[in-house]
Write a protein that binds this ligand. Structure first.
Ligand SMILES: [Zn+2]
Ligand SMILES: [Zn+2]
Length: 164
């Protein structure tokens, strides 16, 4: 995901980019579309170039409760400063990127990856009222029911089981 100095000099105005999802996949981060859409505007700043944009992320997540995959779309605003002033670039601020006068382009994928990681919800639920799965047989209570719990609750079944 490269941005060219020539583009920055002219200035980007809500330019649309499509980032191949494969290039952003990482550990548990997966997507349900082939590309991640991104629109970027830029302007010159006293320290370099200032980028603002929005990512449209088609996350494919796994539900913590029922373990099924589900789709969740996130829109994330981001801003990045490209600067050749080394003193402004620190470990704490991932969105300030060192960009020397010799570079004619810069890869913003690592910064976008940070934004993406920060935006992911810690708690992942396919829906707020997800009923989860049966701890005994593993059936998904959102889709079907089983008799495991009923069996345990009913003492007459208990005694029958003992006979077997
Ligand atoms: Zn679920
Ligand atoms: Zn069950």
């Amino acid at each position: 995901m490269k941005v060219f100095r020539s583009e920055l000099q002219v200035g980007l105005k809500k330019k649309l980019f499509e980032i191949p999802s494969k290039s952003m996949e990482q550990d548990s981060i997966r997507f349900y579309e082939n590309s991640i859409k991104c629109s970027i505007s830029s302007e010159k700043s006293p320290h370099g170039y200032y980028l603002r944009g929005e990512l449209n992320i088609p996350f494919l997540e796994q539900c913590d409760r029922c373990l099924a995959d589900f789709k969740t779309e996130h829109n994330v605003d981001f801003s990045i400063l490209f600067t050749d002033k080394k003193e402004l670039v620190t470990d704490e601020e991932f969105d300030v990127v060192y960009f020397t006068k010799q570079q004619d382009n810069i890869d913003i994928a690592p910064v976008l990856m940070e934004y993406m990681t920060l935006d992911r919800s810690l708690k992942k639920l396919c829906r707020n009222d997800c009923k989860g799965i049966c701890p005994s047989c593993g059936c998904n209570f959102n889709e079907e029911n089983c008799n495991c719990m009923n069996d345990k609750a009913d003492p007459s079944w208990d005694s029958l089981n003992k006979l077997n």
